[in-house]
Design a protein around this ligand. Structure first.
Ligand SMILES: [Zn+2]
Ligand SMILES: [Zn+2]
Length: 253
């Protein structure tokens, strides 16, 4: 039987002002740019799925991490309503590609969802390598028992099939437990790749992200995505449009 196809809608969760070299390893030091934070809604097969949940508080991010701005319709509840007409309570499944503060910020809103995270990401979030402490340690309340009931978590071991036509693959390197979501769409397999490919440039030029847990794993993870996916929704690429739902960038083979 043919796999079902799904529609993926890009949800913009605000913007960060960063040095480009944090996105593309050793490339374009000193170039500053505003980058979107992408989350996504997946619709189809009777399911309501959200991939990543943005930031919890633009002002807090601005004060503690990087300059940050967020339009009213870039808050999760407003973006979801606008994109697909859902309330957070209606969402069945939330997938966290990883637990950096800009990918799990509104987890506590999704009170009825099952949450998917890679087991290694979970362990790393509570005991990160020193270079990544700043990305995890002040925002654990978004995913520990204060944010999400432990019984709602599904810990992924290497791969998981979330539903027919939606798969998780382990793509470490930016963080040890980052996973990429592969979605069967009418335009082929779309990889929701988060920060293993911050920009389209990362996957198509073979450039690791600037924030790394393991350089060699980055190359392997990008090759893995290249081998199985046709298109990509990167974690922070400004070329994606708010609410874009088709025509995502092609992965160069
Ligand atoms: Zn990240
Ligand atoms: Zn990110």
């Amino acid at each position: 039987m043919a796999l079902p196809t799904y529609e993926v809608i890009a949800l913009k969760m605000g913007e960060l002002y960063v040095d480009k070299s944090t996105l593309t390893y050793a490339r374009d030091f000193g170039t500053k740019l505003w980058i979107p934070i992408w989350a996504a809604a997946i619709v189809g097969n009777g399911l309501k799925i959200v991939v990543d949940t943005g930031i919890h508080d633009a002002q807090w991010v601005n004060d503690h991490i990087d300059p940050c701005r967020q339009a009213d319709d870039e808050r999760m509840e407003a973006a979801l309503k606008q994109a697909v007409g859902w309330t957070p309570d209606e969402v069945d499944i939330v997938i966290n590609t990883h637990l950096h503060y800009d990918h799990c910020g509104t987890n506590p809103l999704f009170r009825n969802a099952r949450f998917y995270v890679h087991k290694q990401e979970w362990l790393h979030a509570f005991n990160p390598i020193p270079s990544q402490r700043w990305i995890y340690e002040d925002t654990r309340f978004l995913y520990d028992s204060r944010g999400v009931n432990y019984f709602q978590w599904q810990f992924v071991d290497d791969m998981a099939e979330v539903a027919p036509g939606i798969k998780l693959i382990h793509t470490p390197g930016h963080s040890p437990g980052q996973q990429t979501v592969l979605v069967n769409t009418k335009e082929g397999v779309l990889a929701i790749a988060a920060d293993i490919s911050n920009l389209v440039e990362n996957i198509n030029d073979g450039v690791p992200p600037g924030i790394l847990s393991d350089m060699a794993q980055c190359y392997e993870s990008q090759a893995k995505i290249r081998a199985v996916a046709d298109r990509i929704l990167p974690g922070h690429d400004p070329s994606i449009e708010k609410y874009q739902n088709s025509g995502f960038p092609l992965i160069r083979k």
